[in-house]
Design a protein around this ligand. Sequence first.
Ligand code: ADP
Ligand code: MG
Length: 275
Amino acid sequence: MTGQPILELRGVGKSFGARRILNDITLQVRAGEVITLIGPSGSGKTTALRCMNFLEAYDRGEILIKGRLLGYRGPGRAAGDRDGAAGIARVRRPLAMVFQQFNLWPHMTALENVAAPLILGKRRPRAEARRAAAAALAQVGMAEHAGAWPARLSGGQQQRVGIARALALEPELLLLDEPTSALDPERVEEVLEVIGGLARQGITMIMATHEMSFAAQVSTRVVFMAEGAIVESGEPGRLFRHPATGRLTSFLAPWLRRPLQFGGPEDAEPRAPRG
Ligand SMILES: Nc1ncnc2c1ncn2[C@@H]1O[C@H](COP(=O)(O)OP(=O)(O)O)[C@@H](O)[C@H]1O
Ligand SMILES: [Mg+2]
């Protein structure tokens, strides 16, 4: 893939107090890529995604969105060098985020939740925003629930509204932070199907996930993080079949064992007799 990356991280670092949480993260995301971020809990996936959107301020390196520096006017990356809210909003406009906990407003219907950022953030006329919101809800199979309150929807349905809210912004890059990890197991599949459909339509995305089979199916590239750094990254077939580091091998071990444990009669593993 050629051309300017939509998103570029150059040596990005982030500390919370004295603790360094992200270390020298360098990554480019180009149009058409589907990148999954995998790694143990606490490895910095959420923090990395939040920095990409400047929901969290990084303090080292540079994040560029379509070539424009995000979050800072310079000269440095200290609080005093911060860009203003309007400047930050302008630079990050090509991005939209889907959150682990959906983050829907409880006092608004599904449709109002999707329309609100268009009305408040993009200053679109109300009727036009509601039309765009209805179309986005239809895209995630939620058209018939447009008038529902979030509390009346299942977790999977709420997350589909969360995805619609991001899609309505017509982002060039969608950021998703473990979009299925807050769901009951029986609701995971409906949300993965929606996200898989978006990936097949060519929507560019970067997504933190613990769903390894899904990552293997939809990713153009998988990025493995541990302790705030990128340990290895590559095309999913290579990365899952031939991890280059011991770190990734041991992270993947439980997942790679699973098909054997639950395999069919051709499974070579000896089984305990029943009864
Ligand atoms: N607001 C915060 N203040 C202090 N520490 C934080 C904050 N957010 C995250 N951390 C710490 O940063 C590390 C990475 O967290 P996170 O980015 O949530 O990882 P992941 O999403 O991979 O589980 C963890 O050790 C976490 O405790
Ligand atoms: Mg996380």
